[in-house]
Design a protein around this ligand. Structure first.
Ligand SMILES: Cc1ncc(COP(=O)(O)O)c(C=O)c1O
Length: 394
């Protein structure tokens, strides 16, 4: 414990990921590779902001305005055209009026909002998380008093279906099971196939499925990546989806996210919506506006929607190409070419991760997670050379 003007407070270390970003910036060596936080870089090393999003920024007026508040009979909290656009694209088969939706403070806000909501309606909430998972999942669940269970998500660099299925079966009725959508699991890069999603759905009849869709469109396409949660909802499983527009639209600092809770009918959705609005009101009052306006513009017509999809697909191909090149340079890391999304876990201990930083200016997170979305093709030979030296103890 340490002292503050408010009394004794627990000792916190600096956030490792944010702290690393600072350290990387201060590293003035010429060949620094930053594969830590989940930024996506294009092949010229610039942060990936789809061109269609850049155009939308120009089309949308930036002006002081009033709060984003419900304007329609469904009482969605957020910019109506943003919510409508997201609903049509992401929950294609569900009627928009059957969905309770919140514009949130990024994907993190969407994750927090749902878990806060569920902790309000269930006395002793329980949740199943993958191990490893995005550290904020654990942090948020601990903060909200969830009883957390975990299972080993990957075995031998592949998705561990058996462990996942067994763990779901053991969870009590009413427990939340948190899934990462599509194959873009953070940090492992492996997740169920379509067939396996269908098998998992069969185990979920008395559970609550919560999908974190922070990388929507960064596996195959927004529609394809939305398969699992649409399927779960169609099977009658209570399903919630937290979507982030940080990576897929380059809106990191606009904090643009959405929480989608599809219901049986409009009456259910409206009741739920009013509770969500009341909870959002006490936490953040109303969502940040500018990112929602930009996304609304992108989602407003079929041409810009298709352009967005096409740009995401191109980026996905680029990342898959990077993965293939890593495997070519380092056959022992060949497993990375069979994984998806930004991340993979490399078989490195902390000492090796630290050596990579100090000797070679190659930055991964402490766990050995690499962000291949952030490494350009040109950087891969240097990355491979540094990794080889460290892994061979040279
Ligand atoms: C799995 C996962 N969920 C949620 C988020 C949060 O997204 P946002 O930056 O939009 O809050 C991230 C971001 O790193 C993530 O990796």
């Amino acid at each position: 414990m340490i002292n503050s003007s408010f009394g004794k407070i627990p000792k916190f270390l600096p956030d490792t990921v944010l702290n690393l970003s600072k350290i990387v910036k201060e590293d003035k060596r010429s060949n620094v590779i930053n594969a830590t936080v989940g930024f996506i870089r294009d092949e010229s090393g610039e942060i990936f902001i789809p061109k269609v999003v850049q155009q939308a920024w120009k089309q949308v007026k930036i002006e002081p305005a009033t709060y984003l508040s419900p304007k329609n009979e469904y009482e969605w909290l957020g910019a109506e055209d943003f919510i409508q656009g997201a609903l049509h694209l992401i929950l294609e088969k569900t009627k928009p009026e059957d969905v309770a939706s919140l514009g949130t403070v990024g994907g993190t806000g969407a994750v927090f909002s749902f878990l806060m909501f569920y902790a309000r309606i269930v006395k002793k909430p329980e949740i199943l998380l993958s191990s490893p998972t995005w550290p904020n999942h654990t942090g948020i669940c601990e903060h909200l008093g969830y009883k957390i269970k975990t299972y080993q998500h990957a075995h031998d660099h592949q998705y561990n279906f058996e462990a996942h299925a067994q763990a779901i079966k053991k969870q009590s009725a009413g427990s939340v099971v948190l899934f990462h959508s599509a194959r873009t699991h953070n940090p492992s890069g492996v997740n169920p196939t379509k067939h396996q999603w269908k098998e998992l759905a069969k185990l979920m009849s008395d559970k609550v499925a919560f999908f974190d869709a922070a990388y929507l469109g960064l596996d195959t396409s927004v529609t394809e990546d939305s398969f699992a949660f649409n399927h779960f909802h169609e099977q009658g499983i209570p399903t919630a989806v937290a979507v982030s527009f940080s990576k897929n639209a380059g809106l990191y600092n606009q904090r643009t996210g959405i929480l989608l809770l599809p219901q049986k009918d409009r009456k259910q959705a409206l009741g739920l919506q009013r509770m969500l609005n009341a909870l959002a009101r006490i936490v953040y009052s109303s969502p940040p506006a500018q990112g929602e306006r930009v996304m609304a513009q992108v989602l407003s017509n079929s041409q810009s929607r298709s352009q967005w999809q096409a740009e995401l697909e191109e980026m996905n191909l680029t990342i898959q190409k990077r993965r293939a090149i890593v495997a070519e340079f380092m056959p022992r890391l060949g497993f990375t070419s069979k994984q998806f999304g930004l991340f993979s876990m490399l078989p490195l201990n902390l000492e090796q991760v630290v050596e990579l930083r100090h000797k070679y200016g190659v930055y991964l997170t402490d766990s050995g997670r690499i962000n291949l979305g952030g490494v350009t093709t040109k950087q891969i030979p240097i990355l491979a050379e540094s990794l080889s030296r460290v892994m061979n103890g040279k």
